[in-house]
Write a protein that binds this ligand. Structure first.
Ligand code: SF4
Length: 236
């Protein structure tokens, strides 16, 4: 494909990495990072991705060119953010990737359930973040209506039958142990098949939050024997 080949509605990309083994567990993927996010999470470790007006760091055509050259080495592409469902071109982007014979993975915070539902038939796997119980969402995201949207997105994802992983980044400045356990119980009741709890990382995060974090870790919130069978992702 020519680097200048037009795509129907291009994604705004901050950039991409040609190989990743962590962005879709068990798969070798390239990862695209879309520019722009409606939220301002306490622990966001890449705040440069938040402003949707920021100048793109790569074009969709450049990424497609790379995928075409490496399609035999890769299982697929993961479209990450920022928040990919911010972009009207997401569905066309998924189709472009599938046309190359590659699978599509999607990272989302579920900020727009209807937009997520629109692209679910076009993706093979979703990594969906669940950041808090619905009425405490704003304390993580800084955005008032975010909890209802995110939990509706979880419901839609489970109903769709699309392979998924739901992830909760535990922020010791916000979450209590009881809250994390309650999130897990609620996800199980909805039918989530795979839930991972992640440690919030200080690198790249805003200085004020890093000060409040005060070196606390996942192990300062959860006991070792909490949540048997639930993966804990630390230092990734
Ligand atoms: S949803 Fe992700 S990209 Fe957006 S502010 Fe939160 S951590 Fe950062």
């Amino acid at each position: 494909m020519s680097p200048d080949a037009p795509t129907r509605a291009p994604l705004r990309l901050a950039g991409f990495v040609p190989f990743s083994t962590v962005d879709r567990p068990g798969h070798l993927v390239a990862t695209a990072f879309t520019q722009g996010c409606p939220w301002r999470c306490t622990y966001c470790h890449n705040p440069a991705l938040i402003d949707p007006r920021r100048r793109p760091g790569a074009t969709w055509s450049e990424l497609l060119d790379l995928l075409e050259r490496r399609r035999r080495m890769l299982d697929g592409l993961v479209i990450s953010g920022g928040e990919p469902t911010l972009h009207p071109g997401l569905a066309d982007a998924c189709r472009d990737v599938r046309d190359l014979g590659l699978e599509v993975g999607l990272h989302s915070g579920g900020a727009w359930p209807a937009r997520l539902a629109h692209v679910l038939p076009l993706v093979d796997w979703v990594g969906l973040d669940v950041k808090a119980l619905p009425d405490r969402y704003e304390e993580v995201t800084g955005a008032a209506p975010s909890g209802r949207a995110a939990w509706e997105s979880v419901r839609l994802l489970v109903e769709s039958g699309v392979d998924h992983e739901v992830r909760t980044t535990v922020d010791p400045t916000v979450h209590t142990r009881d809250e994390v356990l309650a999130i897990g119980a609620r996800l199980t009741a909805i039918g989530v098949r795979r839930w991972v709890v992640q440690e919030a990382r200080p690198d790249g995060a805003r200085a004020g939050w890093v000060r409040r974090l005060d070196r606390r870790r996942l192990s300062d919130v959860l006991y070792d024997d909490d949540l048997p069978g639930v993966e804990r992702r630390v230092g990734v």
